[in-house]
Each structure stands twice: as C-alpha cells, then as structure tokens.
Design a protein around this ligand. Structure first.
Ligand code: ZN
Ligand code: FE
Length: 255
C-alpha cells in the first residue's frame, strides 16, 4: 500500500491533502478550502480526482466543493450531522459507515467539539488520519459548538490510535501553538527539540505537517493531562484529565 501524499496550501494557513494511488490511478482529496490551488495541484500531476472527503462545515473547509465537483466530478462525502450546512454532498457518513476507496477501507470517526458533526477519516492500512480542525500539531480546535467534555472524548479516540499514525490536520498553526505550549511545559525536552524543528521549517516556509500521534502525546498540551509540570502550572494537581484539558483549552482561548 503506497500512496503519494500532497499537501495543498490554501488561503494563509489552510491545508487540503491529495492522496494518489499509483496502482489504481485513483486520487482522493481531504477538505476543499478553495478550488483553484487544489485543481492546479491535480492538473500539474495529471491526476483526476474521483473522491472528496469533508471533515466539517466551516467555510474554510468547504468553499471549494462546488467548483471542484463541477470540474472533476468527484463524489463528495461529508458528515450526516452537518448535511444542512454543507451543500452538494453526494454521500453522508457517520461513525461505522463502510467507506472504501482504492481497495482500502476508511474508518470514519465522529469527533464532536470544534463543530458538533465533525468527523475524522482514518486510512488504517496506510497509517494516516485526517483530523481536520479537531487535533492540530501541538493544538486542538476551538470549541465553537461542542463542550470540553465532548472534545476530550473526541481527542481520546484519536490518541488511542497506533502511535506511529501520521496526522494531517487542517491548518498550519504549529508555531504559535508551540509558543503557547512552551509557557506551560518549559522543561519538556521533547517540546524544546520540537520547537527548534518547527522554527527551522517555518523560516523556510515549509509545512510542519504531518505529525504523529506519538509526537503529539509527548508535546501537545491538550493531550498532556498526565504531565506533572503542566498540572502544577494550572494549579490542578488532583484534577481529572478532562478538567486539565478544559482548563488548558480556556487558557488558549484567552492567550
Ligand atoms: Zn473549522
Ligand atoms: Fe478551519
């Protein structure tokens, strides 16, 4: 199972991702922030898009759907729970929907919090998850619609995936997330190393995506409820993991 993966930068900090299977000549796109850069990335490579997967209803993930469909005819899948907010879906998905593309199964994970219907797409055989605006490199999505408890439950599903799973998220927010993280775990060696790598990549305008579940467990403050240093900083030594998550999410909102 070998896929070619192309990150397509859109607007100032969004990413769409193209996956291409050489063996079957199929191409799938995750999210549709804007049509033009996605269509150019396809035509540069002579790929024709057959499938488009949508994570959630925000404009910066769906604005390109109509034009991409019109030009490529790609079959478009998105969360059933957001069908009223996402125009032009061909198929609705929820957790457990049997979804296949290019001879592999894709697991749909419901991850409410950022929006209530947000879904992530797990390509198990390829060891890749697309997390949209649920889990970011060193961050997590703002809670526009869901509760902290819902988001914590959603993130818990993601961190239960194999540690080597590659994580593609919807935005390049990593550097500012890293600066925030350093305030709360200044002595985390993995984080110190990672921020150097991130600064180096960003100074050359390179993406910091993909990350892995393992890296996030070691450095992402929203997944670090087990860290004594973080708990100390938040004054939550004896709180539950969910309470620690809730507090760090609040701090980030007011950062
Ligand atoms: Zn969003
Ligand atoms: Fe977004």
């Amino acid at each position: 199972m070998s896929l070619e993966t192309i990150l397509v930068p859109c607007y100032t900090d969004n990413y769409a991702v193209l996956l291409h299977d050489d063996k079957t000549n199929k191409t799938i796109c995750i999210d549709a922030p804007e049509a033009r850069p996605i269509l150019s990335a396809l035509s540069e490579r002579n790929w024709s898009l057959d499938t488009l997967l949508i994570t959630h209803h925000h404009q910066d993930h769906i604005a390109g759907i109509d034009q991409i469909k019109e030009i490529t005819g790609a079959k478009t899948y998105g969360p059933e729970a957001e069908k009223l907010q996402i125009p032009n879906l061909d198929e609705l998905v929820k957790e457990g929907t049997p979804l296949t593309w290019s001879d592999r199964k894709i697991d749909v994970l419901e991850t409410p919090g950022h929006t209530l219907g947000h879904v992530c797409y797990h390509f198990k055989e390829d060891n890749i998850i697309f997390t949209g605006d649920t889990l970011f490199a060193l961050g997590c999505g703002r809670l526009f619609e869901g509760t902290p408890a819902q988001m914590w439950h959603s993130l818990s599903k993601l961190i239960a995936l194999p540690k080597t799973t590659k994580v593609y998220c919807g935005h390049e927010y990593t550097l500012s997330n890293a600066e925030f993280a350093c305030k709360y775990e200044p002595n985390n060696i993995d984080l110190k190393t990672r921020i150097l790598e991130i600064r180096a990549a960003r100074s050359k305008n390179q993406p910091t995506i993909p990350t892995t579940i393992e890296k996030e467990l070691l450095t992402n403050p929203f997944l670090r409820a087990s860290s004594p240093e973080l708990r100390e900083k938040l004054n939550l030594k004896n709180a539950t993991d969910e309470e620690v998550f809730t507090e760090i999410r609040n701090r980030k909102n007011n950062d």
